[in-house]
Design a protein around this ligand. Structure first.
Ligand code: ATP
Ligand code: MG
Length: 452
């Protein structure tokens, strides 16, 4: 390198000397060429300045004072020409930088991701306008200060994000995290953030560029899916348990109720058996007692069967069955029921009948158990293309969220039944404002032909 600098210095010196004598264009062209070669040799402006200074000392200062001023001007022109390639390259560099900056800004403004660009050494940071928009701010509202974003990260996520950033900078592990960040409105949104640092030769991170994406909707869907899976799991566990309890109840009723009645009947009939060759006189009283026992037995069997599946549903149809249910309900709980059951025109198929019956049954049971109501409206009507079922009470209502209690399955089961019919359940309630439950069920599914 030194020999190359020395050679260049020598050429510069002789070139300057020749130029000062002739002051021709060719001399300036040589200065330009020397400048270009110096650049190719990766020499810098300081090298050029040192070279010129040496030339002044050697050529200009010792010159005749009468020529010195002219030599000074000539030397300056020569030096300017030497620097011209440097200037041109700086200009070109600036233009390239401006173009790349423009491309960056275009990318930033068109991006769906919010971009950030951080200098870990000086802590200077840039947030793109969209970055700020994701957080609910206008470009001018959020300062380009690291804390403006990192300080707004949810307390439960902050440590995880800081750890991830630290290990990226220290061990170059990928920086790829999801976290919640507080928006201008005070609500939290979910973001997915990725970034990549640049390290210098000493292993020091001098820049980190990354993006964030708003993933709130995705997170909400995931959460809803998780909750619904969890509810389904609980519901199916509950159904298993109910099935076992139901079997136990039927076994108990068969044993305690029917079993005892049959034993009594057997004893009563055994008295009619001739004993010791003597004929038995069957009294009217004895026969009446036996008939009563048989009637009770029939009644018990009916009760057990009706509990398992209301036969009236198949014999008379949904509306008469609900009518009967409502009669029984208001007689038992002394709650006035106003009913509008007039969907004569709907041909409820067999599949939907039991689902709709159970929905109304559960809603009425809830009124009796939770509402403290004195009056309830049961309304079933056709509103093409739906059938609307409403059960509205004037009781003390509930906080809506209460409907998702851990050990409550009635509303959950109702929602499942409605969903299986292609419909949905809506609830309107508030403490002190009664409880209004509406099932919106598509007629297409209620009236679809039974498979048989
Ligand atoms: N008509 C109503 N009035 C006031 N609160 C009600 C009414 N219906 C339901 N709720 C509230 O909604 C909750 C959930 O009802 P849901 O039928 O799912 O469960 P549950 O009746 O508590 O238990 P089960 O699983 O035996 O049905 C109830 O615990 C009650 O707080
Ligand atoms: Mg219930």
């Amino acid at each position: 390198m030194t020999t190359r600098v020395d050679a260049l210095c020598a050429e510069y010196l002789s070139g300057l000397r020749a130029y000062l004598e002739e002051e021709g264009e060719a001399g300036l062209a040589l200065a330009y060429e020397l400048g270009r070669r110096a650049m190719m040799d990766r020499l810098g402006l300081l090298d050029m300045a040192a070279m010129h200074r040496a030339a002044l000392d050697t050529v200009v200062l010792p010159a005749n004072p009468a020529h010195r001023a002219r030599y000074m001007d000539g030397a300056s022109a020569f030096f300017n020409e030497l620097l011209a390639p440097f200037e041109l390259s700086i200009e070109g560099y600036r233009a390239a930088l401006a173009a790349s900056e423009e491309r960056f800004q275009l990318a930033v403004s068109g991006a769906t991701a919010g971009l950030w660009d951080w200098n870990p050494q000086t802590d200077e940071i840039y947030f793109s306008p969209h970055f700020k928009r994701i957080m609910g701010y206008e470009n001018s509202e959020l300062p380009n200060v690291r804390q403006a974003h990192f300080g707004a990260i949810h307390a439960d996520d902050a440590e995880r994000v800081a750890q991830s950033l630290k290990s990226h900078l220290e061990t170059r592990a990928p920086y790829d995290v999801e976290y919640r960040v507080r928006m201008k409105s005070g609500e939290f949104c979910w973001v997915h953030s990725r970034g990549q640092a640049l390290w210098n030769e000493a292993g020091l991170a001098y820049r980190m560029v990354g993006w964030i994406l708003d993933i709130t909707d995705r997170k909400r869907d995931e959460e809803a899916l998780r909750t619904s899976r969890e509810e389904m799991r609980r519901l199916s566990a509950h159904i298993q348990q109910v099935r076992e309890e139901e079997k136990a109840r039927i076994a108990r009723e068969l044993h305690d109720d029917l079993g005892q009645q049959l034993t009594a009947l057997k004893m009563a009939t055994s008295l009619l058996e001739p004993s010791g060759g003597k004929p038995v006189t069957v009294t009217h009283e004895a026969l009446k007692g036996i008939y009563t026992m048989i009637d009770d037995l029939v009644q018990s069997v009916r009760h057990i069967a009706a509990d398992l599946h209301p036969v009236v549903l198949d014999d008379l149809g949904l509306i008469p069955a609900i009518d009967g249910l409502v009669d029984e309900f208001s007689a038992r709980y002394r709650i006035r029921v106003i009913r509008h059951l007039d969907p004569d025109s709907i041909e409820f198929n067999r599949k939907c009948r039991i689902d709709m019956f159970r929905m109304v049954q559960e809603a009425l049971t809830n009124v009796a158990r939770h509402s403290g109501a004195t009056e309830v409206v049961v309304d079933i009507k056709r509103a093409d293309p739906h059938c609307i079922v409403r059960i509205v009470d004037n009781g003390h209502g509930a906080v809506t969220d209460g409907a998702r209690k851990r050990h409550s399955f009635g509303l959950l089961g109702m929602r499942e039944r409605a969903a299986l019919l292609g419909g949905e359940i809506r609830i309107r309630t508030a403490p002190g404002a009664g409880f209004a439950l509406t099932a919106i069920l598509p007629l297409a599914s209620l009236e679809a032909k039974d498979a048989d």
